[in-house]
Design a protein around this ligand. Structure first.
Ligand SMILES: [Zn+2]
Length: 123
């Protein structure tokens, strides 16, 4: 088996696709890391500056932002790991290929569109 070729008719990711997806993931990782840094810097600044009541709402928004940024960052890093291990683009549930169009929109996707829908329906 040639590792350069992803043998899957449905996914059909080319080497160029991989390069573009990897770059996209790297950018997202950088962006999320910076976002998290900024959020924690703001948290430190607020601890001194913002009055108690105003601070609570402020902090809640930031906590949510940080939580979602961390979640995306985890997904992005996992996707980069999968790329390094040559397992990128396969659905975690059904092991089927994740459609190319889907990966182009959500490069860190773990599930194919069908499995994602099933998961969301049972949430
Ligand atoms: Zn699936």
């Amino acid at each position: 088996m040639n590792h350069q070729t992803i043998d899957d008719r449905n996914t059909a990711l080319t080497i160029e696709d991989f390069a573009a997806l990897r770059e996209n993931l790297h950018e997202q990782r950088l962006f999320r890391r910076e976002q998290l840094q900024q959020l924690s810097a703001e948290a430190n600044a607020d601890a001194d500056a913002v009055p108690e009541r105003q601070g609570a709402a402020h902090i809640e928004v930031r906590v949510r932002l940080a939580a979602s940024a961390r979640m995306v960052l985890t997904d992005v890093e996992a996707a980069l790991d999968r790329m390094d291990q040559g397992r990128y683009g396969a659905c975690h549930l059904c092991r089927g290929p994740i459609a190319r169009e889907r990966l182009m929109i959500v490069p860190q996707a773990r599930y194919c569109a069908r499995c994602q829908q099933v998961r969301e329906a049972y949430r």
